[in-house]
Design a protein around this ligand. Structure first.
Ligand SMILES: C[S@@+](CC[C@H](N)C(=O)[O-])C[C@H]1O[C@@H](n2cnc3c(N)ncnc32)[C@H](O)[C@@H]1O
Length: 271
């Protein structure tokens, strides 16, 4: 199977896998979410011989988990704007490309996985329709996205100055994402998009957990504070506030919820 890239599209994606913090950011996302994602994917019954497509796989950890499940008789295509962090494997094709413009074969995949991708894309409903068309009849689309509209993710910080700084930091961070086309509340409505694209048997699971300071969800805030530093400062976050946020995220007394993760599964109707 080969998929071809028809041409570049302007990315709306707010982060950069090639940034100094890119590798760490993607590993932290995997640390936060892989246990949840692989649990849901295992329940889909993905097994030997399946053909899978992992879109926007970042560090590629889910790609490799899928590759283990489908075995040498199956195959995983791992498609990312910047796939530099995805390791190679015998039954994995790592493909550079934009999901909005990459030609995808019709009726081909048993399962497609997209995590923390669709919320970023303004034209996500069109992308979902393209994904449905590349599924085999009976194939499954699994999407996971964060709903970041709930702003009280910081449950406890070491001091009030840190709590206030975190609020300013979050507002600016989410503002950057939104200005680049992200829909911060789309995850909650994802089942409607899947249904509108013709998928059936839609199920959605909502996942969250609390993370103590110094663990993955906290470290992600630290990583993002460096990767998006200039854009955050341009939005009015002071360097002192960024320092307060970083120190708080490393303090073991701090308690931070992740954003709510909505994982939705839909099936393309069988013919
Ligand atoms: C937030 S990261 C999520 C990575 C991984 N799915 C995870 O959850 O750990 C988003 C990933 O999607 C990729 N991406 C963003 N826009 C894309 C597009 N239009 N087509 C393909 N990949 C895209 C980025 O390069 C990045 O690797």
């Amino acid at each position: 199977m080969s998929i071809t890239t028809t041409g570049p599209a302007t990315s709306q994606y707010s982060f950069d896998n090639a940034a100094r913090e890119g590798d760490e950011q993607l590993r932290l996302l995997a640390g936060i979410l892989d246990e949840h994602s692989t649990g849901v994917l295992a329940r889909t019954g993905v097994t030997a011989g399946w053909r899978c497509l992992d879109i926007g796989p970042g560090a590629g950890t889910v790609t490799h988990w899928l590759a283990g499940r489908v075995g040498p008789g199956g195959h995983v295509t791992s498609l990312d704007l910047d796939p530099q962090h995805i390791p190679a494997a015998g039954n994995v094709t790592v493909q550079q490309g934009d999901v909005r413009t990459t030609e995808l074969p019709a009726d081909h995949f048993d399962l497609i996985h997209a995590r923390l991708l669709l919320l970023h894309l303004t034209d996500r409903d069109e992308v979902i329709r393209r994904l449905v068309a590349t599924l085999k009849p009976g194939g499954l689309l699994v999407t996971s996205d964060w709903d970041t509209t709930r702003h009280d993710v910081l449950l406890h910080a070491p001091n009030e100055a840190a709590t206030a700084a975190f609020g300013v930091f979050q507002e600016a961070l989410l503002g950057i994402l939104e200005s680049n086309g992200a829909d911060l509340g789309w995850a909650h409505r994802a089942p409607l998009s899947l249904r509108a694209a013709g998928l059936v048997d839609i199920e959605t699971e909502v996942h969250n957990r609390l993370w103590p300071g110094g663990t993955a969800a906290n470290l992600l805030h630290v990583s993002n504070s460096y990767q998006l530093r200039d854009a955050l400062v341009a939005r009015g976050v002071t360097p002192e506030q960024l320092d307060l946020v970083r120190a708080a995220m490393l303090d073991p007394e701090t308690m931070v919820y992740c954003y709510l993760t909505y994982t939705s599964i839909g099936r393309r109707p069988s013919r």
